[in-house]
Design a protein around this ligand. Structure first.
Ligand SMILES: Nc1ncnc2c1ncn2[C@@H]1O[C@H](COP(=O)(O)OP(=O)(O)OP(=O)(O)O)[C@@H](O)[C@H]1O
Ligand SMILES: Nc1ncnc2c1ncn2[C@@H]1O[C@H](COP(=O)(O)OP(=O)(O)OP(=O)(O)O)[C@@H](O)[C@H]1O
Length: 520
């Protein structure tokens, strides 16, 4: 279906090619996984395959890509998008209408589907992606996971011959993630589509995969193999470039056994008391209370739309509750002076782009230091160290918005690590990372915990939850559980209702092998 021949691409005229002389084929009715370290060029390649790049970014390409034997340069603008549907890594960048219904109708209009038929198709596709009843909702008011499902629905309506999914489950709760894989499987079987999946963790997809392609850090195709052969015979190669090995092929330790021991203090750093928060008369949070202690690592979890990001924003003082109160070290957040609050409490948004305020990686990393009156020398030293640690050295002058998904996430985390605040609130800090960068991020964050900083994660990764001191489960805006992860794993019914799964070490006891290897 797709033939890639000696294809090279670079973002700048005389720039280093991102990938170099790639040659491979993609076949009809085949499910292929594309792996590679964060920043290796996977998303860029996907956008080249469906003809959006190089033109959309004024990049430079050489070599050829053929779709059913026809060079993709010969397709009319927009023509190939109907054949090769792509769900972007950041679904927000994909939408052009206000409501879910209008977005889907827009897609159907492009396919010249009559209005009468739309009435049936829209609810049906929303049901297929688990978003029934959301027709009238505004897209910007949906939770991160809900947006991802709408983006998939829109692309499926195009009935493409090939579907490219760029980290489609990164923002989905564990059960939605499994359901999403099943959904792709059933649609793929039913329509005989060719599917190309870009993911850092292959585990959930293993049964579906026919082939795995791996891009190395120099932009070459370094493996093209069946999943079993690849994960059995080419393990070392994959470990070298830092990608996750699926659990059943790996022999690393559990994350929870790798994190250093910690003993949280008795001191309450942040107290949430009887929080109630509504949007448009809908109660999003209902009487939520929790205390977080110094040096404690807690995870806030729950299904998509449960209210986790909203709670985190209230905890950071970015939203104001309708009732109830959040206090830091015994003093209500609104009584803190803004500067002092921001120095003691760090916050990382779910979407890193919402956090960027400058034009370069260097300025982003030193923005806070500059406000605090640091010298150029101090800033240079700190920024150099951070860029080295977070693999951003070659991106010093890059615009934060032009980074890869994983690089954006690392930059957003790096900007809050330049001091030792009392508490750090992270909304999904590890999504979009490969094995090596996940381990590095966790190492640096946990280093701050050792120094006494309380760490709060909103996350969908149950292996990270397993490593936390305490877990808080939000269900429809209410606190359904607060306690040790071990106790949560016993509550089968609650896990089901909150659309959570067990961590991988408990999911299949016969499989030894884990996914993380921390940096020491
Ligand atoms: N700006 C907004 N206006 C109206 N409703 C909103 C807005 N932002 C979020 N919501 C709604 O509030 C609810 C909670 O959203 P929130 O983002 O807190 O969920 P979440 O648990 O973080 O979900 P996810 O895991 O998908 O990120 C969702 O039903 C969402 O649709
Ligand atoms: N618009 C752009 N302009 C300049 N450079 C870019 C642009 N988009 C991406 N890049 C750079 O190209 C490289 C590859 O990015 P890409 O998003 O393709 O990587 P990826 O393998 O998908 O990474 P991740 O796993 O982190 O999503 C990165 O170094 C990134 O900074």
């Amino acid at each position: 279906m797709i033939e890639v021949r000696d294809y090279s691409f670079s973002y700048e005229e005389d720039g280093q090619p991102l990938f170099d002389q790639l040659t491979f084929n993609l076949y009809p009715n085949e499910v292929t996984l594309l792996m590679g370290a964060s920043g290796a060029g996977k998303s860029s390649l996907a956008l080249c395959l469906n003809g959006l790049y190089p033109d959309a970014v004024e990049g430079v390409a050489s070599g050829d890509i053929f779709f059913h034997g026809k060079n993709i340069r010969e397709f009319e603008k927009g023509e190939l998008n109907q054949e090769i549907g792509i769900v972007f890594q950041d679904p927000e960048s994909q939408f052009c209408m206000i409501t879910v219904e209008d977005e889907l109708a827009f897609t159907l209009e492009n396919r010249k589907i009559p209005r009468s038929e739309m009435k049936e198709r829209i609810p049906a596709i929303l049901q297929a992606v688990g978003m029934e009843g959301y027709e009238k909702n505004k897209i910007h008011e949906l939770s991160g996971g809900q947006k991802q499902k709408v983006a998939l629905a829109a692309v499926l309506l195009l009935e493409p011959e090939m579907l490219i999914l760029d980290e489609p489950t990164a923002n989905l709760d564990p059960v939605s993630s499994q359901e999403f894989v099943e959904l792709v499987e059933s649609i793929q079987k039913e329509r005989g589509m060719s599917v190309l999946i870009i993911e850092h963790q292959a585990d959930d997809w293993l049964e579906l995969l026919d082939r795995v392609l791996v891009i190395g850090n120099g932009g070459q195709l370094i493996a093209d193999n069946g999943p079993d052969q690849l994960f059995t015979n080419q393990k070392q190669l994959l470990e070298q470039i830092g990608v996750f090995l699926p659990r059943e092929y790996s022999h690393q330790k559990d994350l929870r056994d790798l994190l250093p021991e910690s003993s949280p203090s008795q001191e309450k750093i942040l107290s949430v008391n009887g929080l109630v928060f509504s949007r448009k008369r809908r109660e999003i949070l209902k009487d939520v209370s929790m205390d977080i202690h110094g040096g404690e690592f807690v995870a806030i979890i729950g299904e998509n739309g449960a209210g986790k990001s909203t709670l985190l924003q209230l905890m950071a003082g970015l939203l104001t509750p309708k009732r109830g109160d959040v206090s830091m070290s015994g003093r209500s957040l609104e009584k803190w002076e803004e500067n002092e609050l921001r120095r003691r409490l760090g916050f990382v948004f779910q979407n890193p782009e919402h956090q960027f305020i400058t034009d370069t990686v260097y300025e982003e990393l030193t923005f806070g230091m500059k406000l605090n009156g640091c010298t150029e020398e101090e800033m240079e030293r700190a920024a150099a160290e951070r860029m080295e640690q977070f693999h951003l050295k070659s991106h010093r002058h890059s615009n934060p918005f032009s980074l890869s998904g994983g690089q954006k996430r690392r930059l957003s985390v790096a900007t809050v690590l330049d001091e030792t605040p009392d508490i750090l609130l992270f909304d999904e800090p590890t999504f979009g990372q490969d094995a090596a960068t996940t381990a590095e991020l966790m190492t640096y964050i946990m280093d701050l915990r050792r120094k006494g900083t309380a760490i709060v994660f909103v996350t969908h990764d149950m292996d990270i939850v397993d490593a936390a001191d305490r877990a808080f489960v939000l269900q429809h805006g209410e606190m359904a559980f607060a306690g040790k992860p071990e106790d949560l794993w016993e509550k089968t019914r609650l896990l089901q209702e909150a659309r959570l799964t067990l961590p991988s070490r408990l999911r299949n006891r016969s499989r030894v092998g884990e996914r993380y290897d921390l940096v020491h």
